[in-house]
Design a protein around this ligand. Sequence first.
Ligand code: ADP
Length: 323
Amino acid sequence: IKCIGILTSGGDAPGMNAAIRAVTRAAIYNGFEVKGIYRGYKGLITGEIAPFKTQNVSNIIQQGGTILKTARCQEFKTAEGRKIAYDTLVKENIDALVVIGGDGTLTGARIFATEYNYPIVGLPGTIDNDLYGTDTTIGYDTALNTIMEAVDKIRDTATSHERLFFIEVMGRDAGFLALNGAIATGAEAAIIPEISTEVDQLEELIKNGFRKSKNSSIVLVAESPITGGAMHLAERVQKEYPQYDVRVTILGHIQRGGSPTAHDRILASRMGAAAIDALLEDQRNVMIGIRNNEIEYVPFNKAIKNDKPIDRELLNTLRKLSI
Ligand code: ADP
């Protein structure tokens, strides 16, 4: 391996820039050339690729988003698209790839790496924290802190007006943001896709809350077809209890932006450096994870296919503390 290509793909996440910086610098430190590929897998089809030097990644560790841009690329899902991508890599003399993204990105990487016996190392970059084999993903901690700040503000108005708020947060198939966001803000409940029984208990919970004359109630809802989303739940509750003043806030894309927290910067820096170590050790088709503060190489198959379980202890803690 002489030259390493790097790309960010799928949904953006704060800390991706810190990861790009780490991969680039660790690669150059070890004597590799680096090329930046723009707009995810799309850049491999269009050939939007530029040499990356240490200066290209100066002053970006604190920036949200991704300087390499990101995109969704349907063509890469076809064998013809991936053939064009492979030809581009050969033409550009790129011998290995580091890809940063979520579940879809790593799925694409796994398919491509197998098809062309091509070395790829993945970094988990998604605010949802839904990749198996790592305690947290790059961007998750920042998003959690953004949610906390937003919910704190909503709590002020919820209390002043004695309202019941349903706040929708991201996490299509994972309740990490909703559950930990609820604990961090002292919310009354979290409705998450992993545990559907919570919805049934919701009305009981709300009744209890109001019976104990709480000034306000906040329920965090993970956006997901399983939970139905905050709007749907609020309508249901409002119909049943017309006496309550129900409101909905959908936090939306605010959760994806902003300067990464110290946790995410350090995580991205360690994972980026570890990606180069992995390539030096002839590892391929692995995602870099950090579990119990140790770097781990997680085979793509394991990272993608396994559902990362929600910790029951967290759910119980939320229940105990919201009485
Ligand atoms: P994320 O990585 O955040 O989960 P997506 O699911 O949108 O985001 O995936 C990002 C990109 O990864 C897709 O646009 C596509 O180019 C590629 N990808 C996703 N799934 C596959 C697949 N099954 N085969 C090949 N490429 C895929």
